[in-house]
Design a protein around this ligand. Structure first.
Ligand code: HEM
Length: 405
């Protein structure tokens, strides 16, 4: 017999006010009672198997288009978010994903690895003489923008423009929309105008960059329109900068608490791919995503009426004790579990930039480990509030013994 989810007696988890560790503790307690929990953001799924199954089940659709309205965002900003690939579903999403995917393969992003090494080395050079820095401002924030710009094919003199647009558009999540709306709208319009001019230029003179590849890609006579190209460029800028910089800060936080692992990575840079997966598992910057049921559906003998909001906890799945022994320990040499860490999501919305993000982190971490030995904290870590979607340290003051390139 099926029971409607609303009628179940479920454990409750307050995901909005508890800090990250307290949420995970509460979810561990909850999953001992049931595979679902009740939260202010909908019903939470927490087991790795349910999280994977739900993200792969097309009846559970992206609820990201609902987010702007949930935080009070209206008008053109909301409309634009709703047209993003992250919020699309069905055939429209399939088509765009098919057209865009070839531009994001590991081969397509690997060509940027030497450039990534150069960017991170330059950033370390700037702070090395001091032997200390505020890691978020000095290293994480400036790291991804030049890489996204290089990927897109934007000239170096324009990086600062992209950085300013990204900062202004991200104000959307600052909970002060009444004040921030004009700046967000200006940034969106300027970014669109810039990208439209760039598309025009690449149509006439293709180059070896993402935008040219997205323009050229064609499947059975189908191509992306200018509107779609503009949306994809904005999606790449927005989805590809704050995530990477916060994930880098989360990873270095873990290493600052595990000096033996930092030394191991410095001694053996070949550990970088495992280090990235373990850091993303143990402290992922995206802790959850939202789905909404498109119709009345049944899953695991529970019925979910159309419109039910489900919070898919990537962080809880990453600490599922059935897959990772001692899940709260951080060990970059841990034997593979056979199941992926979930911080890039799964299913049709699986992170399109995963290869690029992996490459960025795999290149940055071993260089940092080698050039910043004896890493230590010089003050308390200040964390972003638990409510933010892309989460990590706000301030990470560190000291180190500087080593040359
Ligand atoms: C460590 C860094 C990153 C993390 C943790 C991350 C995480 C995620 C997650 C969890 C999703 C799926 C959201 C959902 O299912 O609701 C996603 C989607 C996406 N990501 Fe990333 N991301 C990262 C970096 C990047 C980069 C570098 C790019 C661009 C180059 C990018 C572009 C995208 C795009 C375009 C989507 C939407 C895919 C779709 O809806 O089909 N991401 N990302």
């Amino acid at each position: 017999m099926t029971t409607t989810v609303h009628d179940l007696e479920l454990p409750e988890v307050d995901v909005l006010t508890l800090d990250r560790k307290a949420v995970l503790d509460a979810m561990d307690e909850a999953r001992a009672q049931h595979w679902l929990a009740r939260t202010p953001l909908g019903y939470a799924v927490m087991n790795h198997s349910d999280v994977t199954a739900l993200l792969r089940d097309r009846r559970f659709q992206s609820a990201l288009s609902l987010l702007p309205s949930m935080v009070g965002v209206e008008g053109p900003i909301r409309d634009r978010q709703q047209r993003s690939i992250l919020a699309m579903e069905g055939d429209e999403h399939n088509r765009l994903r098919r057209l865009a995917s070839p531009a994001f393969t590991p081969k397509a992003t690997d060509r940027l690895r030497p450039f990534m090494r150069q960017v991170i080395n330059d950033l370390v050079d700037a702070v090395a003489p001091n032997g200390c820095c505020e890691f978020v401002t000095d290293i994480c924030e400036p790291y991804p923008i030049p890489i996204i710009c290089e990927l897109l094919g934007a000239p170096k003199q324009d990086w600062k423009l992209f950085s300013a647009w990204a900062t202004d558009i991200f104000r959307m999540f600052n909970n002060d929309i009444a004040n921030d709306q004009p700046a967000i709208e200006v940034a969106m319009t300027e970014l669109d105008q810039y990208v439209i001019a760039m598309i025009d230029e690449r149509r006439r003179r293709p180059a070896d960059d993402l935008l040219s590849r997205l323009i050229e890609v064609e499947e059975a006579g189908d191509r992306m329109t200018t509107d779609e190209l503009t949306m994809m460029t904005a999606a790449v800028l927005m989805a590809g900068t704050d995530t990477t910089r916060n994930q880098l800060a989360c990873a270095v936080t873990l290493f600052s608490q595990h000096p033996d692992q930092w030394r191991a990575l410095a001694d053996d840079p070949g550990l970088a791919p495992q280090a990235v997966e373990e850091a993303m598992r143990r402290l992922g910057t995206v802790r959850s995503t939202l789905r909404v049921t498109a119709e009345d559906i049944e899953y695991r003998k529970v019925s979910f009426p159309a419109g039910t909001l489900v919070m898919v906890s990537l962080a809880a799945a990453n600490h599922d004790p059935r897959l990772w022994a001692d899940p709260y320990s951080f060990d970059i040499t841990r034997p593979p579990s056979g199941s992926p860490q979930m911080t890039f999501g799964s299913g049709i919305h699986y992170c399109l930039g995963a290869s690029l993000a992996r490459a960025e982190l795999q290149e940055a971490l071993p260089i940092l480990a080698r050039r910043m030995p004896n890493l230590g904290l010089t003050g308390p870590i200040q964390w972003k509030p638990p409510t933010v979607g892309i989460w990590g340290p706000q301030l990470l003051p560190i000291s180190f013994d500087a080593a040359h390139r």
